[in-house]
Design a protein around this ligand. Structure first.
Ligand code: ZN
Ligand code: ZN
Length: 130
């Protein structure tokens, strides 16, 4: 298995944003960290993975869910927001949260990065966990 495939598998499996350090820790036994670093870069170029800055300013990577459909369009590939839990630190794509905004005349949006923070469902209702 190639490093890029292993990273994609890992991101799919975790279903949340992982930092480069997280990814390296998970795959340390299989790949050299330079290989992992290059593979992440490659995946971003290929638009299979996108990068989001968390509240600490650390880059976190996650697989692109519904991005493929949009890449051919002239509009942005990432029109969804991201949610970071201030309690457990989970960072996830929130494609279900729809919103839109209007830019002033003359501006054309190509990409935006928008992270909402708060409590994830697990942390918001900890007592409902079985
Ligand atoms: Zn949480
Ligand atoms: Zn996302």
């Amino acid at each position: 298995m190639k490093a890029s495939e292993a990273i994609l598998d890992l991101l799919l499996d975790q279903n949340q944003g992982l930092s480069q350090k997280d990814i390296t820790t998970h795959l340390a036994k299989k790949f050299h960290k330079v290989t992992i670093y290059r593979a992440i870069d490659q995946l971003i170029t290929q638009k299979k993975v996108h990068k989001v800055l968390d509240a600490q300013g650390i880059s976190r990577f996650m697989n692109c869910h519904e991005c493929d459909d949009h890449h051919s369009e002239t509009t942005t590939a990432h029109k969804h927001i991201h949610f970071e839990c201030s309690n457990c630190g989970v960072l996830e794509c929130l494609t279900a949260a729809k919103f839109s905004f209007e830019m002033p005349n003359g501006y054309k949006v190509a990409h935006f990065s928008f992270v909402v923070s708060g409590l994830c469902p697990n942390c918001h209702h900890p007592n409902q966990k079985s």
